[in-house]
Write a new protein. Structure first.
Lengths: 362, 596
């Protein structure tokens, strides 16, 4: 096993010192919200683990998840593929094709029964006996089921695999179906988004390699660490929302000042994702920062919630933001009360989630 | 043996070879060929094996939302469908966009061309020419010398650098976990590079993987994310604020500096790595000039990258527009997407039905009812296909034709149209390339030519990206910070009924969206996309499509190992999610739902 290159080897080879490596491990622990006692555990995992086999299959999709994955800045996609996992089957990137590719698929399943991760991009259509998506002359859904049978865990990449996404928007002509409705006997991690943020994708994989288990999931099956908060909660334009300062029309004075995009249809208030904190493409920006509202692409059924430019009106469940215009009028008074109420609700939500996850574990 | 109207002799008596899945493409595809006793391909059948039905999903929706739906047709050429869509809606509603929006859109589209071409060449196509396992045998010092000879300006060229990469590769291979290289055809004699060239190119595979995530940041700045940046009917969503309070929430000096630095990185990579690699690798394959297919006969380009906003006349476009048919390069026809006689789609060999055979329909009147059935001579069953019957229906891709002709689209088609029209920049690039390679013009009509045209285009797009950046800066300096026109944002300002067309040159070729709007909602939406053209099955007359034509008469070193098939198919950069989504409103009446 000594010749297997571990993550630690990669870092050393790139001229990174032991000290820097340990620093990386503690940063990783911090990023994942773990106590310092986990640092040696992370370090040990990265120093010793052989690469985990991954089978990455593709159903009805647009391949944006794969494209996002290779955008990862930390870790780099090349380090994930060369040193952290063994991507033994992925029709989008693999050298082999046809029979040789199918053979690689079968060999991996046989050799690593129960020990490989199945990553699913896209989803299976069930109409036309599954033949709206054909692989190797057969319905994709068969391939998916076959690969899932002996997988250790399943990752549903993106909105397609998690919820159905665009091909499942009404009237869903192919009956495109999310993975968890077809695979019901395996642990499934949903990593929604169209696509998910690159570093969320590699973050989920790194977490699983490091701890050899699934990350904590919320009620919908998403990693709580990345999908636990609304974009609105951490949006840098939030103070403008609270102060009642809104963009009223595209490219107006308020747009140029970077005011809140709520009135332009921004779905940040109802969307759970890490965009406003991690941002996109190495932290360069995220949709709201670049002037367009969030379209809510990590939420179930986001294609069928009316126009992307319709104002979110169902904010009542959290009380605070029920009426943005009103808040605008009484801005000063509302802010203080709003913050307090918001904090209370957040605490309440946290408590609810705790109950939920305890239940799930029980 | 049958001779097709477009001049190919098809013979399906030889041994049948099936490649399914065709990998390293976007989406799902199958290919079947017959080879003769010498291992030469004498019949080719290309099949799109997925279908998503996006147009029926679009029906009844807000036209201003259509860009987001159509953008999800493809995450590889991300943004190009969105641009085509906003153009179609603006065309239908008579919306004009500001100058800055034109420059920003052009930069985003050009940026995509570069990103897509680089990722295609290094991550989807290179392994058809480059053998990473053979790179283990290379001498790092000789590799360094090779690198410095082919590209003296590239800073990463020391023997130590190549030794490090080689060691890493060695460790990877020796681990026994070959990952993406598993089951490759590494001892096939179709691979011609010496170990040093293999090591150099494999190294650049990794360099390009690092670089591509930088390229897309132009999309992130203007569109908020990549893949799938945000667009806007009437302009672009990002406001400009150069001088005042709140500039940090808009396009400001810092943002533009970042764009500028990325543009420089693209330029450097194109000049120092991509083009030299294509020349160096191409040099070892200069006698492998198969795969021309339709390129010498019939090419189509819609043109793109308008100098000024709202003006799509051919002389105003940097990427050329035109159609060449019957192999006559002396005549370039203009293309009118509104003319019902020009672009038509046929379904005689596609898994759809028009109710009558032999009919072609213009996209505005497009009808698509899925009709999945195999031909009488197919082998296997409907859910376990062993062999297709190309005499019957055999693909989820329709067969679009231009005035009845099967056409090739894409970088090579654009460059042939440009060359034939005397486009100066394109002519200079092509002549220079052929001179350096010591090849005649005819050599362009090949797999190698297609791959070379893509590289040249990437370099050209890099220059244009810089041009439009400067244009944007000049305009801003002149006091224009406008990025969106909202006069007709409100649907109450729209006519009761309208129809429009949007066209772009996607990285893979000519892309068109046709929209009909009624009472503020989408009544009909049709896309005819590059891989529908290139990957089309046979039509009523029996003309074969570009993929099929390009495979004809190619000798295979080992028919059981499809290296040559992959090489030529990949040279088109197939995108199957794009090609196979087409469906009309009538398609709602589908086969009954069966839950498994």
């Amino acid at each position: 096993m000594s010749q297997i290159e571990t993550f630690y080897d990669v870092m050393r080879r790139q001229g990174i010192t032991r000290r820097s490596f340990m620093k990386y491990c503690s940063l990783t622990a911090a990023a994942l919200g773990l106590s310092p006692s986990f640092v040696p555990k992370i370090a040990h995992a990265m120093e010793t683990k052989p690469r985990t086999p991954v089978i990455w299959v593709h159903g009805l999709e647009c391949t944006c998840c794969s494209e996002s994955f290779i955008r990862s800045a930390h870790p780099l996609a090349k380090d994930v593929v060369l040193s952290m996992i063994s991507l033994d089957y992925d029709d989008t990137l693999m050298a082999a094709a046809g029979h040789a590719a199918e053979a690689a698929f079968e060999e991996t399943i046989q050799k690593y029964k129960g020990n490989y991760i199945l990553a699913v991009e896209g989803n299976p259509p069930l109409n036309e006996d599954g033949m709206f998506c054909i692989s190797g002359g057969k319905p994709f859904v068969e391939k998916l089921k076959h690969a899932a049978k002996d997988a250790k865990a399943v990752i549903s990449w993106g909105a397609c695999a998690s919820y159905g996404c665009v091909q499942a928007a009404k009237p869903n002509p192919t009956q495109a179906t999310p993975v968890h409705k077809v695979i019901t006997d395996k642990p499934i991690i949903k990593v929604p988004g169209c696509p998910p943020i690159a570093e969320v994708m590699t973050g989920v994989i790194t977490y699983m390699l490091t701890f050899d288990r699934m990350p904590e999931l919320d009620r919908q099956g998403r990693p709580a660490m990345f999908y636990g908060q609304r974009i609105h909660d951490k949006c840098y334009r939030r103070p403008h929302f609270d102060a009642g300062q809104f963009v009223e029309a595209w490219d107006d004075e308020n747009a140029r000042k970077g005011y809140c995009l709520y009135k332009m249809g921004c779905k940040g208030p109802t969307t759970y994702n890490a965009c406003s904190t991690m941002r996109w493409n190495d932290g360069v920006s995220f949709p709201i920062q670049s002037g367009h509202g969030c379209i809510g692409c990590s939420e179930d059924g986001f294609w069928d919630q009316g126009s992307f430019y319709d104002r979110v009106t169902d904010l009542t469940q959290f009380g605070v933001e029920a009426n943005a215009d009103k808040i605008g009028l009484t801005a000063a008074g509302a802010v203080g009360a709003g913050v307090a109420a918001h904090a209370a609700i957040t605490a309440l939500k946290a408590a609810q989630k705790k109950t939920q996850s305890t239940k799930e574990e029980a | 043996m049958v001779t097709t109207p477009n001049g190919f002799d098809l013979d399906n008596t030889g041994r049948r070879i099936v490649v399914d899945p065709v990998t390293r493409i976007e989406g799902h595809m199958r290919c079947e060929v017959n080879v003769d006793d010498e291992g030469v391909i004498r019949n080719a059948v290309s099949t799109g094996t997925m279908w998503r039905g996006l147009e029926v999903i679009l029906k009844g929706r807000d036209p201003r939302d259509a860009w987001a739906f159509t953008e999800r047709i493809c995450g590889v050429c991300t943004g190009t469908h969105a641009l085509t869509s906003v153009r179609a809606v603006e065309d239908a509603l008579g919306i004009t966009i500001p100058d800055n929006a034109n420059s920003i859109r052009n930069m985003m589209q050009l940026n995509l061309e570069i990103h897509d071409h680089v990722v295609h060449f290094y991550h989807l196509h290179a392994l058809d020419w480059v053998n990473p396992i053979n790179a283990l045998r290379a001498d790092p010092k000789a590799t360094s010398e090779l690198q410095q000879a082919v590209s003296p300006a590239h800073p990463l060229s020391s023997p130590g650098y190549f030794r490090d990469v080689q060691n890493r590769l060695k460790k990877f291979v020796e681990s026994g976990q070959l990952g993406l290289f598993k089951n490759g055809y590494w001892d096939n004699p179709a691979y011609k590079l010496p170990p040093e060239a293999d090591l150099m190119a494999t190294t650049h595979y990794l360099e390009a993987l690092d670089l591509q995530k930088e390229i897309v940041k132009v999309h992130t700045i203007f569109g908020g994310k990549n893949p799938h940046p945000n667009w806007l009917v009437g302009g672009v969503p990002c406001p400009i604020n150069m001088h005042s309070t709140g500039a940090v929430g808009a396009i400001n000096m810092e943002r533009l500096n970042l764009v500028s630095s990325i543009i420089d990185k693209c330029d450097e990579f194109n000049r120092n790595v991509y083009i030299p690699d294509v020349k160096a690798i191409g040099g070892f394959y200069r006698n492998w000039l198969y795969g021309g297919g339709l390129s010498s006969k019939a090419c189509l380009a819609y043109g793109d990258i308008p100098e000024n906003p709202n003006d799509f006349s051919p002389e105003q476009l940097y990427l050329p527009r035109g159609a060449i048919i019957n192999g006559n390069l002396n005549e370039v026809h203009d293309v009118d997407p509104r003319d019902p006689e020009q672009v038509q789609e046929f379904v005689d060999h596609s898994w759809y039905s028009y109710g009558e055979s032999g009919k072609g329909l213009h996209p505005w009147d497009g009808v698509t009812e899925p009709n999945y059935e195999l031909g009488p001579n197919a082998k296997g069953t409907k859910t376990n296909i062993k062999q297709l019957d190309e005499e019957g229906k055999y693909s989820w891709i329709k067969a679009p034709r231009w005035r009845g002709n099967a056409m090739e689209v894409g970088p090579l088609a654009r460059y042939i149209v440009g060359y034939a029209k005397g486009h100066e920049d394109i002519k200079d690039q092509v002549d220079g390339f052929l001179r350096d390679m010591d090849l005649p013009v005819d050599a362009l009509f090949s797999t190698l030519g297609r791959t070379a045209a893509r590289a040249l285009e990437s370099e050209y797009c890099g220059r244009l990206q810089k041009y439009f950046f400067n244009k944007l800066m000049t305009n801003i300096k002149n006091g224009d910070e406008s990025t969106a026109n909202i006069e007709k944002w409100d649907p109450s300002t729209w006519p009761k009924e309208a129809k429009g067309v949007g066209m772009t040159e996607a990285p893979r070729g000519a892309l068109g969206h046709w929209i009909k709007i009624k009472d503020g909602r989408i009544e009909n939406y049709q896309c005819v996309v590059p891989t529908t053209w290139n990957g089309s099955p046979r039509d009523t007359q029996g003309n074969i499509g570009a993929f099929e034509a390009s495979l004809m008469n190619t000798p295979m070193e080992r028919p059981d190992e499809p290296v040559e098939i992959l090489r030529t198919l990949h040279s088109f950069d197939p995108c199957l999610a794009c090609s196979t989504h087409v469906m009309s409103p009538d398609g709602e009446e589908l086969t009954e739902v069966k839950v498994r």
